[in-house]
Design a binder for this molecule. Structure first.
Ligand code: COA
Length: 375
């Protein structure tokens, strides 16, 4: 018999790489390159976080101006990619289109053979800039609206919302999208980042690694959860129905979307911050009913399962209040997480070790062969 291997189901608590990028404290804190996000939020802009995660330090003013201007100038898409978005079948989910278009961007990279660190850093910044444009383009093409070009005088996140909705964001919307983007930028070795690192570890190109990541983020146990959170909020007619609804789901052994986490045993700090944003935006659009449903769901789930909301729970009402349709929630997640993914891919390239675990074989062994005519 093949020797039994120690099997760690779900790779729980297995450290598959070393990283300088972010630390997820199970007790409810998140650090980007050593900085507690509680300290960063409200004091830095998303572009500073991009610089921090890619270069492992916060930029000075000159560096910030430079990275912002590069990001905004890189937001343009190749015409062929825009056409491919127009050609996508109407029945496809926007996340499927995003996955395909990232892969297409690789086809239009004439220097793909150059896999130097400098070339990959350039590609990283280009991808951080282009993913939000892809998302805005998919939405506007889908909804039959004209494409909107970024404005040089706008911040990066402000431009993203502007290109998506076609109207300038006001101060509260700007601050909200900035916070959303900062809070989603990186999160340790989550499943999509792991997928990206596995692909990069074979020394495949960055577009392939991001395509793997997007396919992984799409799943409902990962970034796909927030769209389902919105479905749940729309399914429950009013706050009074929440308790019975949740009890019914738990009775059927169904997972409540937007709850639970592999690492955190306490409150997810991102959810704490997004709750504040959600409350203020729901009030502003006169949808406190949604916020109140969220609070009641949180209380019931905690009472029954002792688990907490994760990043996807309040992200749903935040994006909804910003005018983003639920089918685009996971695409907004990707528009920010692209920063973490590219930082991790670069880190993986610099380590140059193949990520290749083993499996514990428990199937048949030494089976007697029977020729086809006798089977
Ligand atoms: N709803 C109901 N119960 C949940 C739950 C949820 N969302 N998340 C975890 N649990 C329960 C499990 O049923 C299990 O309970 P049990 O011991 O009584 O069987 C316990 O909590 C441990 O959960 P487990 O599935 O082992 O945790 P995990 O680390 O494997 O999974 C998630 C983590 C995120 C995949 C899981 O919590 C989940 O599916 N959440 C919903 C999807 C989601 O919001 N994803 C976004 C993640 S950021």
């Amino acid at each position: 018999m093949p020797p039994e291997k120690e099997y760690v189901r779900g790779l729980r608590d297995v450290a598959a790489c070393e990283t300088h990028i972010s630390f997820v404290d199970p007790l409810g804190a998140l650090y980007y390159v050593g900085y507690d996000i509680d300290r960063l939020l409200g004091r830095v802009c998303y572009e500073e976080v991009v610089h921090l995660l890619l270069y492992k330090r916060l930029p000075n003013q000159t560096e910030l101006d430079a990275i912002r201007s590069t990001l905004i100038s890189e937001m343009k898409l190749p015409e062929q990619v825009i056409q491919s978005i127009r050609d996508a079948p109407e029945s496809s989910h926007p996340m499927e289109i995003l996955r395909t278009e990232i892969s297409q961007l690789g086809e239009y990279d004439a220097d793909l053979a150059d896999d130097s660190e400098a070339a990959n850093l350039k590609r990283s910044i280009m991808l951080i800039a282009k993913v939000p444009t892809l998302v805005a383009t998919i939405y506007r093409v889908r909804s039959g609206q004209k494409l909107v070009q970024p404005k040089e005088e706008y911040g990066f996140c402000e431009n993203f919302l502007y290109m998506f909705r076609g109207k300038p964001a006001d101060e509260e919307e700007k601050e909200s999208i900035e916070r959303y983007m900062i809070l989603h930028a990186d999160h340790g070795l989550n499943a999509s980042t792991f997928a990206a690192r596995v692909t990069a570890s074979t020394l495949s190109d960055i577009y392939s690694a991001i395509t793997s990541a997007i396919g992984t983020l799409k799943g409902r146990l990962h970034g796909g959860a927030s769209e389902r959170v919105m479905n749940m909020l729309l399914d429950v007619n009013n706050v009074g129905e929440v308790e019975a609804y949740i009890q019914g789901m738990l009775f059927d052994r169904k997972k409540i979307m937007g709850f639970g986490h592999r690492i955190y045993v306490a409150n997810d700090p991102r959810s704490r911050h997004l709750r504040t944003v959600s409350k203020s935006l729901c009030k502003r659009i006169d949808r406190m009913d949604l916020y109140k449903k969220c609070r009641t769901i949180q209380a019931v789930v905690h009472k029954e399962k002792k688990i907490y909301p994760n990043v996807d729970f309040y992200a749903a009402t935040v994006l909804n209040a910003l005018g983003v349709p639920k089918e685009f929630f996971t695409l907004f997640f990707a528009s920010s997480r692209i920063t973490g993914w590219t930082a991790h891919i670069m880190e993986q390239y610099s380590d140059s070790v193949l990520l290749r675990p083993t499996s514990s074989y428990i199937g048949a062994y030494g089976t007697k062969f029977v020729p086809l005519k006798n089977r």
